[in-house]
Design a protein around this ligand. Structure first.
Ligand code: FHN
Length: 442
């Protein structure tokens, strides 16, 4: 019987994802039920290891961890509310942890009983509810899928960097585990219509066989090809090897390469919910949005729903403040293009609109000389508007000096009702994309 040749993995169009620019990450699973503590053990004041990894680092016996599912009834979960919260914040795609390292599935998988639909009294399917809400509100839907599965018998214990497994089985093998993974991934790309597949490798080890890398051990090329037979436009991140975009975590690269990239970050300290998390100021995230857009990168900002399924007030308030800034400044972020100049100006960041006819100056602080200088530009903008507060657009006295465009940045620039730490965004509008002889900005 001739084998059917699998199509070469296509490189899908990622423009829709890049134009989305800003996504919501959701870490929510059985680990959330512990709130970062087990029998008095926690990792205060840190969070490390006691959010999604608590089963391993608090050394919770497998039976106790599984028993926690029996009382996991997150009746406060409301997918519509969460998706509308994302939309209002300017997040245009959403990635939810369908399965984290503990192997507990927040979706109704046919390949295990360790799921929210079978192992808990909560007879709902949160992943399906989030998918439906995303489709209702035109938010692109994707799923996080952990490469290690501490519960699945077919997974070799050696695949865990910590050699951890809640029920190790000597008959486990990479081949059996790969078939298990492909089955679940086909559920998530097929039945659950995930458009983005966000592999995670937190506790994943590929045995480091001589000369073999992750994508070789996992057969990632064939795995992606099989999934793209279901959805040819499926986007995959880089953590199973190969993939369409890289995923710097908790930081923004200084000099991103020429590859699509997305920085993922926590809204506090922890990925999964802990009762002792610490908020960060909202302007940290709006400045990150400006910085990533200047560099052409996406931003995936995480929330960690409580054991009840509700979003903690401080996380909601942070997203609402980001949304208030995006209400006026989104044109400089969504579908924007990176700065036409190399380097980073001392005063902030730069993006342009899709055809370059508008240049956005994202001002963080006033430069020493009081001017933003755009080198190699001799076209005076037709119009300048302060997006944060158009009625209070200051005169920037634009003028060209020695082939560069100089714009005065006053000390006080309105951010409307928001704190001055948020970026002030000026839209410089031109009849058409201005000619720029590229040099370093200052
Ligand atoms: O171990 C995981 C962690 O819990 C979290 O899911 C992050 C998100 O990117 N990934 C791994 C750590 O790199």
């Amino acid at each position: 019987m001739p084998t059917i040749p699998r199509p070469e993995p296509t490189t899908p169009d990622a423009n829709w994802w890049r134009d989305d620019r800003f996504g919501m990450f959701i870490h929510w699973g059985l680990y959330s039920a512990f709130e970062g503590e087990w029998e008095g053990r926690n990792n205060k004041p840190s969070s490390w290891g006691f959010d999604c990894w608590i089963q391993l680092f608090a050394d919770i016996p497998a039976a106790d961890y599984r028993n926690a599912a029996r009382s996991f009834t997150p009746d406060g979960f409301n997918a519509e509310e969460i998706v509308l919260l994302a939309k209002a914040a300017g997040q245009r795609y959403l990635i939810v942890t369908a399965k984290h390292h503990d192997g507990f599935c927040m979706f109704d998988s046919d390949f295990t009983d360790f799921t929210i639909t079978k192992a808990t009294p909560f007879d709902r399917d949160p992943v399906a509810e989030l998918r439906d809400a995303c489709e209702r509100h035109s938010i692109d839907f994707g799923v996080y899928y952990s490469l290690p599965d501490w519960h699945e018998k077919t997974m070799p214990q050696e695949m865990s960097t910590y050699r951890y497994h809640s029920q190790p089985d000597s008959s486990a093998s990479v081949e059996k585990y790969r078939e298990f993974m492909i089955g679940q991934l086909k559920e998530l790309v097929g039945k659950y219509r995930a458009k983005i597949l966000w592999f995670d490798d937190g506790d994943f080890d590929v045995f480091k066989p001589e000369g073999r890398d992750r994508s070789d051990v996992l057969g990632t090329t064939d795995l992606i090809a099989q999934l793209r037979e279901i959805n040819p436009q499926l986007l995959v991140n880089n953590r199973a090897g190969l993939g369409d975009f890289s995923t710097p975590e908790q930081h923004i690269p200084d000099q991103p390469g020429d590859r699509l990239f997305e920085a993922c970050m926590t809204i506090g300290k922890a990925w999964g919910y802990i009762s002792y998390d610490e908020p960060k100021p909202a302007h940290v995230f709006t400045r990150n949005l400006s910085d990533l857009s200047h560099k052409g990168g996406n931003y995936l900002l995480n929330i960690s729903p409580k054991p009840t399924g509700e979003v903690a007030d401080w996380q909601r308030e942070t997203l609402e403040e980001i949304g208030a800034w995006m209400d006026t400044c989104a044109p400089a972020i969504h579908a924007s293009k990176p700065s036409p100049w190399p380097g980073i100006p001392e005063w902030g960041r730069i993006t342009t609109n899709s055809d370059g006819s508008t240049i956005y100056l994202h001002v963080f602080e006033q430069p020493a000389i009081g001017f933003a200088i755009l080198p190699g530009m001799t076209t005076i903008p037709a119009r300048i508007t302060l997006l944060n507060d158009p009625d209070n657009t200051p005169d920037m006295f634009p003028r060209t000096l020695k082939g560069d465009l100089w714009l005065h940045l006053p000390e006080q620039i309105s951010r409307g009702s928001l704190a001055p730490e948020h970026p002030a965004v000026f839209a410089l509008e031109f009849e058409q994309a201005p000619a720029i002889t590229v040099q370093q900005t200052s």
